[in-house]
Design a binder for this molecule. Sequence first.
Ligand code: NAI
Length: 336
Amino acid sequence: MAHKVTLIPGDGIGPEITESVVRVIEAAGVDIEWDRQMAGIPAVQEYGVSVPDQCLDSIKENKVALKGPLTTLVGKGFRSANVTLRRKLDLYVNLRPVKTIGGVPSRFDKVDLVIVRENTEDLYSGIENVISPGVTQAIKVVTKEASDNIARYAFEYAKANGRKKITLVHKANIMKISDGLFLKSFEEISEEYPEIKAEDKIVDALCMNLVIDPTQFDMLLLGNMFGDIVSDLAAGLVGGLGVVPGANLGNDYAVFEAVHGSAPDIAGKNLANPTALIFSALMMLRHLKEEEAATKIWKSIVVTLAMGHHLTKDLGGTLSTTEYTDELVKEISSRT
Ligand code: NAI
């Protein structure tokens, strides 16, 4: 029976890379009925809102979505569509595996990190005020409930996936109350998982340690803002934003998307690397219990990249989005 999945092409490079994913999944023989929905700029143009009700309803019905990037409209009265989706669907986990892939030029070998980012609060709560002309404030919200939930998720993930160590990243030396609570929740929950090593690092020191030797870390657990920044840094350790996937997960719904944004500088030019979104789609296929197809696509990507001459421009190659996708489809079809 076909899986029903909501597909949000998004904007910028989104439509180009989602089309690539659809072709790759089709080549692997997985039967998916895509329910295409608008969000972001196209939705604002069509409906005047960045996340229309029908998009949310579709995800609620299908439970699973694959999403291209959405440009955050600046200063136009619209709340970020990404933040809206994560909040309205209570997608409190942002899971971002960061792994070295053979053939992808990168600074380090053997990076195998899992980043878990809290997805619903922190400075992303969007509570900002002008106190008086020239004086503003942004409020960082941290609750015990959300901190406990994300810590528990991280430990359960570690247990289920054979991970040995979680490093909690914070700035509790300065934000003693808010990050202090995040840290305390982690320490309390860690006591329930004595088999998994729990440590903490201040975010600035963590960044330095990550760029010196990322292999010393196993899993990182971060709040929303540091999670956003450190994930992009970590992507830079393994070849860049073109190859790092992600998933937004809650108790009821799952929305899979790459770490990168809409890349307006290369949008519409057939230059984007679709690998990050394809890897996100592999996480989705595993979520849908399509293990065999996910493995077949994974092996095909690894083989294609390892050849060294089938690379998109961001990785130092010359292939366009469609040419690279053609190579992947060829490789996948040869395994069918
Ligand atoms: P970005 O991630 O879109 O781009 C940063 C740089 O990486 C650019 O030079 C871009 O060309 C390159 N890049 C990104 N993805 C690539 C890919 N797949 N292949 C080749 N090169 C790639 O970050 P930026 O420019 O800061 O954000 C653009 C817009 O995207 C903003 O409005 C931002 O808010 C939004 N955004 C949306 C996200 C989402 O929908 N989940 C996540 C991050 C940013």
